[in-house]
Design a protein. Sequence first.
Length: 247
Amino acid sequence: MAPTTVLITGANRGLGKGILERYAARENHIVIAANRDPGHPTSQALKDLPTGPGSRIIVVKIDATVESDAAAAVQELVSTHGIDHLDVVIGNAGIAKVFPKISELKTSDLLEHVVPNVCALIWLFQATLSLLKKSANPKFVTLGSASALLGNMLPVGNGVYGPTKIAAAWYTAKINQEEEWLTSFIIHPGWVNTDMGTGGAQAWGVPEGPPDDFNESCNGMVRVIDASAKKSHGGLIWSFRGERVDW
């Protein structure tokens, strides 16, 4: 039986690592951890994580600011590691460095976020397209954010990160529309205690920190991805709790 092959960007820490750990613990899974520096100690440590029977972890370089990296990583997976299909691709990598009001926004900050949060997602999809087509049930999933909703806009400074995540969600939904064979959707991890989540809490004056549990979020996201199908999930936003989220 062919292994289930999962690729996750930004997988050496935070939610990406949490998702990776859960897939790697399963039987007969190849989990590909993509991040900008495979030689970093946090990346090297991924190879020592527990794996299920017949499962393994591969670490590849995808820097979200380098256009050619995703395609080069896929070529390496095929030629060096013998990967012939991808079942699940999870776009998790991104940045959130500043949280300005629009009146204080620097467009240079906005442009800095557009490349890793939006362009990188497009590059990732284009690079993995051929291997996704070889899966019997391919899925392309983007991690979204509650700070990127239009109908329930949070009353906080978010003039840089939010718009880029909205754009990423639009591309994810459009991919689902254009590719009839592919299930593509957005999943919200909640607001959890990661570097990014904690940074947001500090910027927004929330001393108690993010309210959602990290492990519950990771477990929930994997459950949602497992249960997803094009008819029920494609082009939509889902929370880690398995609930539909309005745009």
